[in-house]
Design a protein around this ligand. Structure first.
Ligand SMILES: [Zn+2]
Length: 217
């Protein structure tokens, strides 16, 4: 067992899977978003710089992210026990991660990619309804509110505004564009496992665990 990389488009439930694996295999989750927020909280010079980049709506440069990743990989407490969630995001980051992995004598044991069609993701996002009275969450496509599962009046069901569809589509397309070369890169190293991300959360988790265990023997 060594480090794991997890990919999935926004809305694919990647965060949930990562958290489950953290608990099941005693891993440490590496999320760039968390690392950046941590830095900002610490009020260092770098933290202030990162804050100003994010406040301007700009992307944090690869070199800053790579340094943050190195600070984790160089920590012996996490040796070969990392799960990368949403990193590497592009080909250059993947190349750099390999350099760091080598430098600190570690390995990537497998790379998982949750596959979910764009239409399913969009429906998950735009079909989401929250009952303002009881707080239950429904989805008008996948899990609609009915007389059996919900007792409030349907006028309490609230949806987010329509422009979310456009934002969701853009995010999905950007993910696909950036991630495909990275997935190819791992495919060429025989590290990539594609998982059906439309299955039930528990089924996905079972499949991922099965693969991890199969690598250990
Ligand atoms: Zn309700």
């Amino acid at each position: 067992m060594a480090n794991i990389v997890l990919f999935g488009p926004p809305g694919a439930g990647k965060g949930t899977q990562a958290n489950n694996l953290v608990n099941e295999f005693n891993l440490f989750k590496v999320s760039v978003g968390d690392l950046l927020r941590d830095k900002i909280k610490k009020k260092s010079q770098l933290g202030a710089k990162i804050k100003s980049i994010i406040d301007q709506g700009l992307f944090v440069k690869d070199n800053i992210i790579n340094d943050l990743i190195e600070s984790i990989l160089s920590n012996k407490g996490y040796f070969n026990r990392l799960i990368f969630d949403g990193y590497p995001r592009n080909f250059n980051q993947a190349r750099h991660l390999d350099i760091l992995i080598k430098k600190y004598n570690q390995k990537i044991s497998c790379v998982f990619s949750l596959k979910v069609d764009q239409d399913v993701i969009i429906k998950r996002i735009i079909g989401r309804q929250v009952c303002s009275r009881c707080g239950l969450i429904f989805n008008e496509f996948f899990n609609p509110s009915t007389k059996e599962n919900h007792h409030c009046d349907i006028r309490f069901l609230q949806k987010r505004s329509d422009d979310n569809e456009k934002i969701a589509r853009n995010r999905f397309e950007r993910y696909t564009e950036e991630t495909l070369p990275v997935l190819d890169y791992y495919q060429n190293q025989n590290l990539l496992y594609e998982i059906d991300g439309t299955s039930h959360i528990h089924e996905i988790n079972k499949e991922i665990r099965r693969i991890i265990h199969s690598l250990e023997t």
